[in-house]
Write a protein that binds this ligand. Structure first.
Ligand code: PMP
Length: 381
């Protein structure tokens, strides 16, 4: 049979046709008025997804680069910080902070568990003088969504800055930076921003900027004071990733035409459909508070999750994600993120069901797809 590939992973995600085509246009030089106007349009587009009046900076790196930029711009050696590790990406905050010699109070959650704001308030109370709190909007390793609005209420009453990894969550789940008192928000191009990997985005609140002026961790390439100065002149301090910015512009046009609210609603409907489909297959969700970016599913006892992912990929071309670290083989992750539609969700569920049959796992035939289709039929607009 013809082998088609279906990219159903939580990053990188599929690209809209006009974003693919934008990669094939001749390169322009970055020190030109033409580039400056493109650059400013893209930063404006990003602001309307971050929902901030602050500058959003475009960095030429993957999301982790923006995480490092967040740390080095707002902290000084030995500063005390709190980080919430609910999975592989939450843990990354603690790793970066330790690499810079910070005094980290790491709250380690069992993967998939929620962390209510009351618990954060108690942790902060027990950590006087904390300068920053690092959290994740959507923990991609578990599918969990965290209560950023609640954390903003807690952290804004203290001198600490709230730093949010919105790499997979922003655009798919609400996180209005200014309204929710987020001090540093980061994201990246390869998820709901519908562009290829390689760009990361970061914005600082006023409270974070006043800290950034004095912070003394070493920084050079990621010094956002330089980025701010250059942006005021319509450019970036270093050679920007021009082609990716051209592609991001096309994707932002699509997001603008659709509207952020509808984009979030789209993710909500797909999330609901996939969760219903998973339950229809009598499988269990992994996250205590699942978000609409991806759905992590517990692999039933007696079944090898790695084999599941492998068959889905090699036989059916459905590239879903497996579990990470200790959860390898124990969970699978179905993404409904960025440029994925209702039939992508049905493709994932269908390939999952066919693979369950192939691996000899009993399940009610067709119930998953039917449940997901019912939601899509009702809510597809
Ligand atoms: N945080 C989250 C929530 C992510 O989903 C990812 C990427 N999967 C990262 C951080 C790391 O981003 P990158 O791989 O782009 O450096």
């Amino acid at each position: 049979m013809i082998k088609k590939t279906y990219l159903l992973s939580p990053g990188p995600t599929p690209l809209p046709e006009e974003v693919l085509a934008a990669a094939a246009v001749p390169l322009i030089h970055h020190r030109t008025p033409e580039f400056s106007s493109l650059y400013l349009e893209v930063t404006e587009g990003l602001k309307s997804v971050f929902l901030t009046g602050q500058d959003v900076f475009i960095l030429a790196c993957s999301g982790t680069g923006a995480m490092e930029a967040a740390v080095v711009n707002i902290l000084s050696p030995g500063d005390r910080v709190v980080s919430v590790s609910g999975g592989k990406f939450g843990e990354r905050w603690a790793h970066i902070c330790r690499a810079y010699g910070l005094d980290v109070r790491e709250i380690v959650l069992e993967w998939g568990r929620d962390f209510p704001k009351e618990k954060l308030a108690a942790e902060l109370g027990a950590c006087p003088g904390a300068k920053a709190v690092f959290v994740t909007l959507s923990e991609t390793s578990t599918g969990a969504l965290f209560d950023i609005r609640g954390y903003g209420e807690v952290v804004s009453k203290t001198e600490a800055l709230l730093v949010v990894d919105g790499i997979s969550g922003l655009g798919a789940a609400p996180c209005p930076m200014d309204d929710w008192n987020v001090d540093v928000l980061i994201s990246a191009s390869q998820k709901s921003f519908m562009a290829p990997p390689g760009l990361a985005y970061i914005a600082l609140s006023r409270k974070a900027w006043s800290r950034a002026e004095k912070a003394s961790l070493p920084r050079y390439y990621f010094d956002l004071r330089k980025a701010r100065q250059s942006l005021a002149e319509g450019t970036s301090p270093w050679t920007p990733a021009i082609s990716l910015i051209v592609q991001q512009k096309k994707a932002l046009d699509r997001i603008k035409n659709m509207g952020l609210e509808r984009l979030i609603e789209h993710h909500r409907i797909l999330g609901e459909a996939v969760r219903a489909g998973v339950r229809g297959l009598r499988l269990e969700l992994f996250a205590e508070r699942p978000g609409n970016v991806l759905t992590a599913v517990k692999v039933p006892p007696g079944l090898d999750g790695r084999a599941l992912v492998k068959v889905m990929q090699s036989k059916y071309g459905a590239h879903i994600a497996g579990g990470q670290e200790a959860y390898k083989g124990k969970i699978i992750r179905l993404a409904h993120l960025g440029y994925m539609g209702g039939f992508d969700a049905l493709t994932a569920l269908s390939a999952l069901e066919m693979t369950l049959s192939e691996l000899g796992h009993p399940h009610p035939a067709g119930d998953g797809l039917r449940a997901a289709q019912d939601i899509l039929k009702e809510k597809w607009t």
